[in-house]
Design a protein around this ligand. Structure first.
Ligand code: DHB
Ligand code: FE
Length: 281
């Protein structure tokens, strides 16, 4: 049986990708950010997942404003890096797991979550930056990745509760897959940030840290946060944090917090990161 053994959350700031691609990771500003992921990379080496499910949002790279799916599951064999205006990032093509992805699509849709199935898709910084943070910059990504794109760019995004419940459905799907596979699920985006308008640059560390606490020990509190509260407390783009709840819903109610990191700022964003393991993992 396949099993979700752990969840990883991290911000997906595009400038982190640019720092890697332009050889700036040793500069003090970026060193502060990357040093927080050294232990995470060691943890990942030890866990060695067979597959990762990466919950992220597309930033009008694969989906234009013409079509904006609420939840879109990548079922393709591969997902090339998207051109976000400076050419595609020089990172490996993401290899998918079409068999497990098709199984998840079937299980979750029959469980009444109406996913969009995507058979061709490019992936942007929302997905590739967290892969770099957790795996470094290898020639090939060490395992297949199933992308799950969540709409958080065009109102209305799904609620935190809906995201959490979808995570629980994904867990049921994975656990009904007959092959023995060790799966790690990522939630990406956040933490507090606002990119434009009069409140541009807003960061709310108190809210972010309370969210990390709730995510670890009180998920029902975290899933109850409403859009307006994310917007008010964590900025317009802070609503990306609902994606972390997909990850949380896929884990046990009680989890072991393995690691946490928080630093301000990276670009316009507070960088938050947490690793949670299922107790029986
Ligand atoms: C920034 C952060 C994001 O999550 C994003 O998608 C785009 C920009 C930023 O901090 O600049
Ligand atoms: Fe983003």
């Amino acid at each position: 049986m396949a099993k979700i053994v752990a969840g990883v959350c991290s911000s997906h700031v595009p400038a982190i990708g640019a720092a890697i691609d332009n050889g700036k990771t040793q500069e003090p500003y970026w060193q502060r950010v990357f040093s927080g992921f050294e232990e995470s990379k060691r943890w990942m080496e030890k866990v060695k997942p067979d597959v990762c499910i990466v919950v992220y949002n597309d930033h009008a790279s694969a989906f234009s404003m013409d079509v904006v799916p609420t939840f879109a599951l990548g079922c393709a064999a591969e997902f090339p890096p998207a051109d976000e205006g400076w050419g595609p990032r020089p990172v490996p093509v993401v290899k998918g797991h079409p068999k497990l992805a098709a199984h998840i699509a079937q299980s979750v849709i029959l469980d009444e979550f109406d996913l969009t199935v995507v058979n061709k898709m490019e992936v942007d910084h929302g997905l590739t930056v967290p892969l770099n943070l957790m795996f470094g910059s290898p020639k090939e990504w060490p395992c297949p990745v199933i992308p799950l794109a969540v709409n958080v760019v065009l109102f209305p995004p799904p609620t935190g509760k809906r995201c959490y419940d979808l995570g629980a459905a994904i867990r049921r799907a994975v656990e009904s897959y007959p092959e023995d596979l060790k799966v790690v699920i990522f939630g990406t985006g956040g933490m507090s940030h606002q990119i434009s308008g009069p409140r541009a640059g807003l960061i709310n560390s108190e809210f972010d840290k309370a969210f990390l606490d709730a995510l670890a020990t009180d998920p029902s509190k975290a899933k109850g946060i409403r859009h307006v509260e994310y917007m008010r407390e964590a900025g317009a783009e802070g609503v990306e944090m609902v994606m972390w709840l997909v990850m949380r819903g896929a884990l046990d109610d009680k989890v072991n917090e393995v690691y946490r990191f928080y630093t301000v700022p990276a670009s316009n964003t507070a960088v938050g990161h947490i690793i949670l393991e299922n107790a029986a993992a």
